[in-house]
Write a protein that binds this ligand. Structure first.
Ligand code: PGA
Length: 255
C-alpha cells in the first residue's frame, strides 16, 4: 500500500505568529478528526520552520521546507543549507517547484544537485514536475514531464527513491483556479509510474507516492483523490486556511 499524503506549500505567506496560529488550528482539527492513513505535512517559509516545529511537538504532522541550496555550506549569501533545514526539525523539502524553475531559473542540473544533497542529508524530497499550458496545447506534456524526471533524478538508485515523493503540478493549474480534470491528472500520474520504472528500474513507479498539485480545493479534492494513481495532494492556496486544508485531508482519508 502506498502512503497517502497531503502536503501544504505555504509559499511566501505567514509571519511567525500567523504560522503558529495556523498550525495550532490544523492540529486541533486533526485531534478532533484523527487521520489514520494520510501523512500530513506542512511547508512554511524558512523563517517559521523552528517555531512551527515547536508548535507541532507531540503531533504526527510532518514539517518541510520549500527550497534548499545545492552546496553543503559556504559563501552563498542568503541561501539555506540542508543541514540548517534539518536542524530546525524539518524532515521534508520541496524541490523543483515551477515557481523556482520560472522565477529563479532553476534547471534540471540545479534541481538534480539539490535533490542529491537533500537525500544525502537525510531529508525526504517532494519533487515537483509539470508542463506549461503552451506545452500541453502542443501535446508535449509527456515529453516535458518525462524529461524532467529523467534529468532531475539522474543518477539516483531505486533505494534513493524511497525518500522521494513526486508531485505532478501542471503549471497552468497552479494558483489559477483551473484544475486538471481527474482524468487528465490520472493519465499523467500513470505515465509517471511507467517512466519511473523505465528510468530507475526495480518497479519503483508502482511503490512511489505521487501527489497532484494545482488549485486543489475542498470541492475538487475528492474527485482527484479517487483516481487510482493519485496518492495525495500538494496544496497551495487552500492550505493557508485550516478549515479548507482540513477538508482536503478528510477527502484523502475517505479516498
Ligand atoms: P495552488 O498551488 O494550490 O495554489 O494552485 C499548488 C502549488 O504550487 O504547490
Amino acid at each position: 500500500m502506498r502512503q497517502k499524503m497531503i502536503a501544504g506549500n505555504w509559499k511566501m505567506h505567514k509571519t511567525n505568529p500567523e504560522a503558529v496560529r495556523l498550525v495550532a488550528q490544523i492540529r486541533a482539527g486533526l485531534e478532533k478528526n484523527p487521520v489514520r492513513k494520510t501523512r500530513v505535512v506542512v511547508c512554511p517559509p524558512f523563517t517559521a520552520l523552528s517555531v512551527v516545529h515547536q508548535a507541532l511537538k507531540g503531533s504526527k504532522i510532518g514539517l518541510g521546507a520549500q527550497n534548499l541550496f545545492w552546496e553543503e555550506e559556504g559563501a552563498y549569501t542568503g541561501e539555506v543549507s540542508a543541514r540548517m533545514i534539518k536542524s530546525t526539525g524539518a524532515r521534508y523539502v520541496i524541490v523543483g517547484h515551477s515557481e523556482r524553475r520560472r522565477y529563479f531559473k532553476e534547471d534540471e542540473h540545479i534541481i538534480n544537485k539539490k535533490i542529491r544533497l537533500a537525500l544525502k542529508n537525510g531529508l525526504k524530497v517532494i519533487h515537483c514536475v509539470g508542463e506549461t499550458l503552451e506545452e500541453r496545447e502542443q501535446n508535449l506534456t509527456k515529453d516535458i514531464v518525462g524529461n524532467q524526471l529523467e534529468w532531475d533524478l539522474n543518477g539516483l538508485a531505486p533505494e534513493d527513491l524511497k525518500n522521494v515523493v513526486v508531485a505532478y503540478e501542471p503549471v497552468w493549474a497552479i494558483g489559477t483556479g483551473r484544475t486538471a480534470t481527474p482524468e487528465q491528472a490520472q493519465e499523467v500520474h500513470a505515465f509517471i509510474r511507467d517512466i519511473l520504472d523505465a528510468l530507475i528500474g526495480d518497479q519503483v513507479g508502482a511503490r512511489m507516492t505521487i501527489l497532484y498539485g494545482g488549485s486543489v480545493k475542498p470541492n475538487n479534492a475528492a474527485g482527484l483523490l479517487a483516481q487510482p494513481d493519485i496518492d495525495g495532494a500538494l496544496v497551495g492556496g487552500a492550505c493557508l486556511k485550516a478549515s479548507s486544508f482540513l477538508k482536503i485531508i478528510q477527502a484523502s482519508e475517505k479516498s
